[in-house]
Design a protein around this ligand. Structure first.
Ligand code: KIV
Ligand code: ZN
Length: 512
């Protein structure tokens, strides 16, 4: 029988650690449902002890997702572990993921602990966790830069205490494929009880080798779990990309010889959902999910593909969901068709009122844009004015005037805690004027660290999707807005970022 490769998705935990990628509870729930549809084996839903908000997210995901194991990260101490176990109580299948740094650098400078203290804490924490749950993963943080002798000692002890998965993180993305693969192979060969646990890889992408390193960990090292994120989202240069690692193992089954449970047809929709939710735009030449991943521009390539697709294509675009990229709805589509498409796209709306509100937006969009694609629908439901009625700021309307040789003027009407206000300003361009018009009223003082515009579905008829990243008092947030008018999309993105800044500030205040 072919062995299975376990896909452990950490988009909602490690992915969310990217600056500006923080997600609301509803956004996380929507992504978790999509990950379930994608059939990932394990969803790391968050770090329950890190905040009340994270605790609630892990709990909410554990309540609704039944087909995947739900995992929470925890530092290797009793308080974190108890909190994680509490959040995971409703899960059909739950996992505690304990981590403790083992590299000399981290132990001395960060933890200020001796190796013996770390050894004891690792052992005792797994013993404590094992009394609460049967499925225990242990990660020696910065494992790849740890002394192999010490690592063997720690891992042998935690397996003896009942750890069922051993994850070897390349926390800082320092590894080289062959070396990382052999590192894991040696650990497995040297540790007498290594066969009692599933071995896992967790690679960061600082040198652009996260996917290659993970694959080497599987092929050379014998790991049978890969930790990864959608679109490779994650701190700094990100994590191993789920879509790339999955398609590599599937496409080259001749080499890896492993089965994978992922329903690859949902890859593209998941990638888009994560991108639209976090505001992290996908580069066009990104493998598997980039706009150009299956586009052939050169005449020779086009001719070849038309004659026989496999001349230039190693995967079928429809196998990763590109066939879903078609016109699905239009002006004449009714509420039922819209509701059904939402279900097919994995968008769960909690109330009829929410569906009605989204449907009104859909009709409004269909009046202005003849062809409505799946991406348009996903962008529409990501729009906070549809899904979050009680946000601090909401877009109402915008008018602006710009003419060659004249300084543009803008007037924006928006709501603040449900009350309509009006801001006016001039600016360098219509976008600048509109955002200054909002700021003239809000006076957030936030610094804009990124502004980007992306066409959702390719043509000039497409909706513009704008990402705005704001920074204030050490907090970084991304806001996303979409509209056929990019000035309006910009105003929506700005208001969405202000909402996130506000809710982050509220969360910090609530934690005291
Ligand atoms: O990169 C890392 O070391 C981690 C651990 C917490 C698993 O994310
Ligand atoms: Zn990590």
């Amino acid at each position: 029988m072919t062995e299975k490769l376990i896909i452990f998705d950490t988009t909602l935990r490690d992915g969310e650690q990217s600056p500006g990628a923080s997600m609301t509870r509803d956004e996380k729930l929507r992504i978790a449902r999509q990950l379930e549809r994608l059939k990932v084996d394990v969803i790391e839903a968050g770090f329950a002890a890190s905040s009340n908000g994270d605790f609630e997210c892990v709990k909410a995901i554990a309540e609704v997702i039944k087909d995947a194991t739900i995992c929470s990260l925890a530092r290797a101490n009793d308080r974190d572990i108890s909190r994680a176990a509490e959040a995971l109580k409703p899960a059909a299948s739950g996992r505690l993921h304990l981590f403790l740094a083992t590299s000399a650098l981290h132990m001395e400078k960060k933890l200020r602990m001796t190796p013996d203290q770390v050894f004891e804490q690792a052992k005792l924490s797994v013993r404590f966790a094992r009394n609460l749950m049967g499925d225990i993963e242990f990660s020696p943080e910065d494992g790849y830069r740890s002394d192999p002798d010490f690592l063997c000692r720690v891992i042998e002890a935690v397996i003896a205490e009942g750890a069922t998965t051993i994850n070897v993180p390349d926390t800082v993305g320092y590894a080289i494929p062959e070396l990382y693969g052999n590192f894991i192979k040696n650990l497995r060969e040297r540790i007498p009880n290594s066969d009692k646990a599933v071995w896992s890889v967790h690679c960061h992408n600082d040198l652009g080798m996260a996917v290659a390193n993970s694959l080497a960990g599987v092929k050379i090292g014998g790991a049978r779990q890969v930790e990864c994120t959608i679109n490779g989202l994650g701190e700094r240069a990100g994590n191993c990309s789920l879509e790339e690692v999955v398609m590599a193992v599937k496409t080259r089954k001749d080499y890896f010889g492993l089965d994978i449970g992922i329903d690859t047809k949902h890859i593209l929709a998941t990638s888009r959902m994560v991108s639209q939710t976090t505001g992290f735009v996908i580069q066009p030449n990104k493998a598997v999910v980039g706009a150009n991943a299956f586009a052939h521009a050169s005449g020779i390539h086009q001719d070849g593909v038309l004659k026989a697709r496999d001349t230039y294509e190693i995967m079928r675009a429809e196998d990763v969901g590109w066939s879903a990229n078609k016109i699905v709805l239009g002006k004449l589509s009714g509420r039922n068709a819209f509701k059904q498409r939402l279900q097919e796209l994995g968008v769960a709306m909690e109330s009829e009122a929410e569906i009605n509100s989204a449907f009104v937006k859909f009709k409004d969009l269909a009046d202005r844009k003849s062809d409505i694609f799946d991406e348009d629908i996903l962008a529409l439901v990501s729009d906070e004015s549809v899904t979050h009625h009680n946000e601090q700021y909401g877009f109402v309307s915008l008018s602006q005037h710009s003419e060659t040789g004249e300084r543009p003027q803008a007037q924006v009407v928006f709501t603040v805690a449900g009350k309509e206000v009006k801001g006016q300003s001039d600016g360098n361009g219509p976008v600048d004027a509109s955002l200054k018009a909002i700021e003239s009223h809000v006076k957030s003082g936030a610094e804009m660290v990124l502004y980007s515009v992306n066409a959702i579905s390719g043509s000039t008829e497409s909706q513009g999707e704008v990402t705005v990243r704001l920074q204030n008092s050490g907090r970084v947030v991304n806001g996303v807005g979409s509209d056929p008018d990019i000035v309006v999309a910009s105003a929506k993105a700005y208001l969405s970022a202000l909402n996130k800044l506000q809710s982050k500030a509220d969360r910090v205040a609530a934690q005291g």
